[in-house]
Design a protein around this ligand. Sequence first.
Ligand code: SAM
Ligand code: DTB
Ligand code: SF4
Length: 328
Amino acid sequence: MPTQAPPTPAKPSQTTAEKWTMADLQALYDLPFFDLMVQAQQVHRENFDPHQVQHSTLLSIKTGKCPEDCSYCPQSAHFNTGLETEPLMPMDEVMTAAKAAKAQGATRFCMGAAWRGPNQGQLEQVKDMVAGVKAMGLETCVTLGLLEDGQAEQLKEAGLDYYNHNLDTSEEFYKEIITTRTYDDRLTTLNKVRDAGINVCCGGILGLGESDTDRLEMVHTLANLAEPPESVPLNLLMPIEGTPLADNQKVDPFEFIRLVAVARISMPKSMVRLSAGRETMDDTWQAWCFFAGANSIFYGDTLLTADNPQPEMDKALMDRLNITSMPA
Ligand code: SAM
Ligand code: DTB
Ligand code: SF4
């Protein structure tokens, strides 16, 4: 029997003000697996070189003792995870780490601080770090929690390219995972970042105990923002001893891959980052994520506090998949 032509890529809904309805996203998610993969790869190729993956390196510049109670997080002061806490890192150590990341081939350097949000004194120090990293020729990203009015503008002025602030899950399920802030708080900060002219990096986690609908609701919110995020990190829960989610059920790899594909199709111009949890995915799982449209990774042996694949392992995987590092 002749092979069928690949299905025509889905188009955003034409009938409502929404760019993508839940029904559109659900229909994509429910496609036969290979049809969804072909469609996602087709959209991917229309927008990106499918043989390139962008490399970002993370550094935790302030570790642990976070006042927020995110149930997944090793850095929350609400849980005893045995994490070694660290105050704000001195500037010279940040510069040394950024230099090493650049030498390893990263094009973006992301600095994360376990705060509810920065005060002005802390922001001043982060601004110096941003300016220093930017001067090295790296793209800059920070993730500092909730921002007050005017703070995003200051970061932009210092040379910030991206601000990471995840919605993590659906609005409804969010309350089950975090009680110390609301979904609306997150959206307010995302608006401040967007209004200041900083690129938005916003995604979520799979494996919190959410339903398929929660996962699609999250993509629905992201894809229907006035401008979708430039970067969409998709994390697989790394179960951390001491957190309430330590014994959560594992995510089915094909469900994860399907969600990557739905994100790619509904946000065709965004970078989709295969983020935390690659350490527990095998090479085949990761390869399917790249085929489904993921085109960015965190690169370097540590994320913020948790393990990430060794750079040598990632280099070998990229070689085996004929993937090169995307220039900035
Ligand atoms: N404190 C800042 C905030 O919450 O925006 C930034 C750092 S926070 C660690 C950034 C993201 O890391 C979270 O939104 C979540 O998606 C992800 N993350 C944290 N712990 C994780 C875990 N155990 N497994 C997978 N992803 C995790
Ligand atoms: C994102 O979505 N994932 C990164 C980054 N943005 C800041 C962080 C992952 C953290 C994993 C747990 C840890 O290393 O502590
Ligand atoms: Fe704090 Fe961010 Fe961890 Fe939540 S995810 S506890 S805000 S560091």
